[in-house]
Design a protein around this ligand. Structure first.
Ligand code: CP
Length: 307
């Protein structure tokens, strides 16, 4: 695959070999970071972070990654201070910013916005999350975290809990997991089930999928919990009905596998009680930390910087 100037829009655009290549390069980047060999890889290059929706991890880890690579960062984290408020279209914004930068990370509430941006950008676009659709770099760091833990992704039993309708991280993750030999248990309220097109795609790939509303966490290697996405509910009353559907506490995880890990893309609200944070199962803060080597590797790959 030619990575130079590749847009990273959807995890579905990646083959298994390509995902595995990113995971391998991320591990190499993590080693190089530890040995202090990364600080001038992107010297003279500029990342533009265009965040039309709030973010802590994605925006700041891309910024930290670019700085750790010796590059610079421009952009905004508050679109109300950009010319969008004067009526500028995203297409015009991208055309202009792609002339100011070497790579662009875009987060936007509209599904398909990153794909649209990629059609008008001279520089690689990295999708930092488009509405409830995709969050491919989150998936890559999720898969990196799982592989680091188990040394494989194949043959794992993965349970995904929470808002499977509006959560872009779980849409991306299940699309990514289609490439591996895994068993999935999807736990959600009926009204927040995984979209049928994703279930159909998983079954066509031969993935064993169980869907349930019961919080059954037994017999799983990975328990991936997500927040109920309040901001995407058209009806606030519907959110109130389901917001506390699943809450993991010490009692709930009492009977999980001894070596099971609990992941969460964060931010969390009430779905994982802080009492779990110091158990041997919690991996969500390490998962967020893994965003650094993965995003550093991706920045270098799409900017054709060898490492
Ligand atoms: N996981 C994630 O996308 O977090 P942020 O919304 O803080 O970027």
């Amino acid at each position: 695959m030619d990575w130079n100037k590749k847009h990273i829009i959807s995890i579905k655009d990646f083959s298994r070999d390509e995902i595995d290549y990113v995971l391998k390069k991320s591990a190499l980047m993590e080693e190089k970071l530890k040995s202090g060999e990364t600080s001038s890889l992107m010297k003279g290059k500029i990342l533009a972070n265009l965040f039309f929706e709030p973010s802590t991890r994605t925006r700041m880890s891309f910024e930290a990654s670019m700085k750790l690579l010796g590059g610079q960062v421009i952009g905004f984290d508050n679109a109300s201070m950009s010319s969008e408020v004067k009526g500028e279209t995203i297409v015009d914004t991208i055309r202009v910013v792609s002339a100011y930068s070497n790579v662009i990370v875009l987060r936007h509430s509209v599904e398909g916005s990153a794909r649209l941006a990629s059609e008008y950008s001279e520089k690689p676009i990295i999708n930092g999350g488009d509405g409830a659709n995709q969050h491919p770099t989150q998936t890559l760091l999720d898969l990196y975290t799982i592989q680091k833990e188990f040394n494989t992704i194949d043959n794992l039993r993965i349970c995904i809990v929470g808002d499977l309708k509006y959560g872009r991280t779980v849409h991306s993750l299940t699309n990514g997991l289609e490439n591996y030999d895994v068993k999935l248990r999807l736990i959600s309220p009926m009204e927040l089930r995984m979209p049928r097109r994703i279930i159909k795609g998983l079954r066509e790939k031969g993935i064993e999928v169980e869907e349930t509303t019961k919080l059954n966490l037994r017999d799983c290697d990975v328990i991936y919990v997500t927040r109920i996405q309040r901001e995407r509910f058209p009806d606030p009353q519907e959110y109130e009905r389901v917001k506390d559907a699943y809450v993991l506490d010490l009692k709930t995880i009492n009977n999980i596998e001894d070596d099971a890990i609990i992941m969460h893309p964060l931010p969390r609200v009430t779905e994982i009680k802080p009492e779990i944070d110091n158990t041997k199962h919690a991996r969500y803060f390490e998962q967020a930390r893994n965003g650094i080597p993965v995003r550093m590797a991706l920045l270098c790959l799409v900017c054709n910087v060898k490492f």
